[in-house]
Design a protein around this ligand. Structure first.
Ligand code: ASP
Length: 330
């Protein structure tokens, strides 16, 4: 049987990180190693697929920008439209992998697999995890079962949906998990095994398109804390935020003083989404006043993912009811 053709888009991160010593696992330079060197380090890739690569960026993903997101979405759509292209693997820093993954989940219109992977140890470290993660990501991208399952995050032997994947640990190799929904599958002895598939709308069925765009609407995330009086709400609005995600307490609870500020912002047509600073769980409508003020519950999207959906929603509409619906579909 013909080998599948998999294209790697490299963006930097720890998987391409270089440290001063083989024992250093922090304090390295992310994104220092180019795609050719990454591919050479794992010659086994070519046993499972015809693999080529291209450098899209060479950054630490803490510095991820809208510009790189737009380039990635455009390049994925371009490549996947080709008959002789079967899937894409994106090498990416782990810090913002969950946001980039969800952004692509909503903006790449294809059934073909798009898989993000990275590493927690730099490429120069003893027992670096990047090569195995890359191999596993290519195996997943090249397997028939990954088709139609949306954008995936493959790290340390698990397959997560980009909608659910969260970086849960600062330094552990086993950092990615889907706290609320669980993984879609695993990769063992190089073999991808799927157990579930995402039901929320994604990729081919997504209504969102970023083709030809140069920027996205500005949206802020504000993080709840004891004694929060909401002074940052005004700052966000004054700085042009068209949307605010409030990372509330528990079930998206908002301190009364902050609620007053957010209600004022909503009256000025800023879209307010309630997410949570808790690690898992769905944010529901909760208090009647939240609905009366026009706030929207983020469902199970954490603040950073709720912000991605909000930015894309704002490209289509400023109607609160329509945007509320998006949070129940995507
Ligand atoms: N700071 C790094 C990055 O996100 C961390 C990593 O890749 O694990 O690029």
């Amino acid at each position: 049987m013909d080998k599948k053709r998999i294209y790697i888009l490299a963006t930097g991160g720890t998987i391409a990180g270089s440290a001063a010593s083989e024992t250093a696992t922090t304090g390295y330079r992310a994104g220092a190693i180019g795609i050719e060197e990454l591919l050479q380090a794992v010659p086994e890739l070519q046993d499972f697929a015809e693999v080529q690569g291209e450098q899209i960026a060479a950054i630490d993903s803490k510095d991820m920008t809208t510009d790189v997101w737009l380039r990635l979405a455009e390049r994925c759509e371009e490549l996947l439209a080709k008959d002789d292209m079967d899937g894409i693997v994106i090498t990416h820093g782990t810090d913002t992998m969950e946001e980039t993954g969800y952004f692509l989940q909503l903006t790449v219109h294809s059934d073909k697999p798009v898989v993000l992977t990275g590493a927690m140890r730099p490429a120069t470290a003893v027992s670096a995890d990047g090569p195995m993660n890359l191999l596993q990501a290519v195996r997943v991208a090249a397997c028939g079962e990954a088709r139609g399952k949306g954008v995936l995050v493959v790290m340390n032997g698990t397959i997560e949906s980009a909608r659910e994947a969260v970086k849960t640990h600062t330094t552990s190799l086993d950092t990615f998990a889907s706290p609320e929904m669980g993984s879609l599958g695993t990769v063992q002895d190089g073999e991808p095994v799927f157990y579930r598939q995402p039901l929320r709308r994604h990729t081919r069925e997504s209504q969102f398109s970023v083709q030809g765009l140069a920027k996205l609407p500005r949206a802020a995330i504000l993080y709840a804390h004891a004694d929060d009086d909401g002074f940052l709400v005004k700052a966000a609005v004054e700085n042009g935020a068209k949307g605010i995600v409030y990372a509330g307490m528990g079930n998206g609870s908002i301190p009364a003083r902050v609620e007053k500020e957010l209600a004022e912002a909503a009256r000025k047509d800023v879209i307010v989404v309630r997410s949570t600073r808790s690690a898992a769980g769905r944010v529901t409508k909760a208090e009647a006043s939240y609905e009366e003020n026009g706030f929207i519950a983020s469902d199970t999207l954490n603040p950073q993912k709720a912000r991605v959906l909000l930015q894309l929603a704002l490209l289509r509409t400023t109607d609160k009811d329509e945007i509320r619906k998006f949070y129940s579909i995507y």
